[in-house]
Design a protein around this ligand. Structure first.
Ligand SMILES: Cc1cc2nc3c(=O)[nH]c(=O)nc-3n(C[C@H](O)[C@H](O)[C@H](O)COP(=O)(O)O)c2cc1C
Length: 260
C-alpha cells in the first residue's frame, strides 16, 4: 500500500494531469481512477487521501460521490480535495465534505471541455490553453507542498443551494443530452471510446461505435476520438476540440497509476 492515495475522476485529462503532478511531488502515491465501478476502495493504510475531480453541471460528477461512499478511510487520516472547473467550482467540494470530511481543499480553473455548452473562451479568468496549463502546473506544485506539510483549510467548503439544485438535475440532463450523440462514417472501430468510457456505455456494433444514454457527459469519447467521428449536435463539429495536452486516452483507461 502506498503512503498516499489520490482518487481522480477525469474526462478530458485536466484532473488527471493535476493528480499526476501532485503525486510526483508527494512521492509514493497511487492515483486511482474513479469510475462508476469501484476498483480500489481500501485507503485505510494511507497517510494522505485526496480527491481530484471536475465540476460537471454545478458540482461533482455523481459517480465521484458514489465512489467516495465506498472508500474506507481510517479516522484521523489527512484528507484533501481539488475541484477543477471552467469558471465556478459549484457545490462538489461541499457534497464530498459531507461524505469525507476534508482537511484541505482548493478550486482550480482550466480550459472547458463541455464543447456543446461553452466555447473555450468562457474559461475564467480568460486565457489561452497554454497559459491555463502553465497556471495549473504551478498550482499543482503549490498544492502538493501544502499537502506534504498537511496544511488545513480554515473554512469548510460552502454548499451553494442553486448549484446543488443544478447538480441534482444534471444526471437527467446528461442522459437526455446523450441521445444526441452521433457517430459518423469516419469511425474506424478502433474501440478507444469503448475502453475510455467510465460507465461502459459504448460498444462496437457492425464496425461502428454505438453510444448509449448511461452517460456522465465526461466527453472523453468525443474529445479524444482519433478521427473526430463523435459529435453531440452540429455545433460540436465546428468547435475546436480540447483535451489536456499532457494526457493520452490510454492514461485515462488505467485503474491505478503509481508514482515512486
Ligand atoms: C459536461 C460538463 C459540464 C461542465 N459543467 C461545468 C460547470 O457547471 N461549471 C464550470 O465552471 N465548468 C464546467 N465544466 C468544465 C469542467 O469542469 C472543466 O473543463 C474541467 O477542467 C474538466 O476536467 P477534466 O478534463 O479532468 O474532465 C463542465 C464540463 C463538462 C464536460
Amino acid at each position: 500500500m502506498s503512503t498516499n492515495i489520490i482518487y481522480c475522476y477525469s474526462g478530458t485529462g485536466n484532473c488527471l494531469d493535476m493528480a499526476k503532478n501532485i503525486a510526483r511531488e508527494l512521492g509514493d502515491t497511487d492515483v486511482v481512477m474513479m469510475r462508476s465501478f469501484p476498483a480500489v476502495t481500501d485507503a485505510s493504510e494511507a497517510k494522505r487521501v485526496g480527491f481530484i475531480f471536475p465540476c460537471f453541471g454545478g458540482g461533482a460528477p455523481a459517480d465521484v460521490l458514489v465512489y467516495a461512499r465506498h472508500i474506507h478511510i481510517r479516522p484521523g487520516t489527512y484528507t484533501f480535495a481539488v475541484s477543477q472547473s471552467a469558471s465556478y467550482a459549484g457545490t462538489g467540494l461541499a457534497e464530498l465534505n459531507r461524505i469525507v470530511p476534508l482537511d484541505y481543499w482548493r478550486t482550480v480553473t482550466h480550459q472547458c471541455s463541455c464543447i456543446w455548452l461553452f466555447p473555450h473562451t468562457l474559461m475564467m479568468p480568460p486565457c489561452t490553453p497554454e497559459e491555463a496549463q502553465k497556471r495549473s502546473e504551478k498550482l499543482a506544485t503549490e498544492i502538493a507542498h501544502e499537502v506534504l506539510i498537511m496544511a488545513k483549510t480554515e473554512k469548510k467548503p460552502r454548499r451553494n443551494i442553486l448549484n446543488a439544485a443544478e447538480n441534482k438535475g444534471w444526471p437527467m440532463i446528461a442522459k437526455k443530452k446523450a441521445e444526441g450523440f452521433r457517430v459518423s462514417d469516419s469511425c474506424i472501430a478502433c474501440g478507444q471510446c469503448v475502453k475510455l468510457c467510465p460507465r461502459g456505455n459504448i460498444r462496437l456494433e457492425n464496425g461502428k461505435a454505438v453510444i448509449g444514454t448511461n452517460c456522465a457527459q465526461c466527453l472523453g469519447c468525443l474529445q479524444f476520438c482519433p478521427t473526430g467521428a463523435i459529435s453531440l449536435g452540429s455545433i460540436t463539429d465546428k468547435r475546436e476540440h480540447y483535451h489536456n495536452p499532457n494526457v493520452k486516452a490510454t492514461d485515462l483507461m488505467e485503474k491505478v497509476i503509481h508514482f515512486d
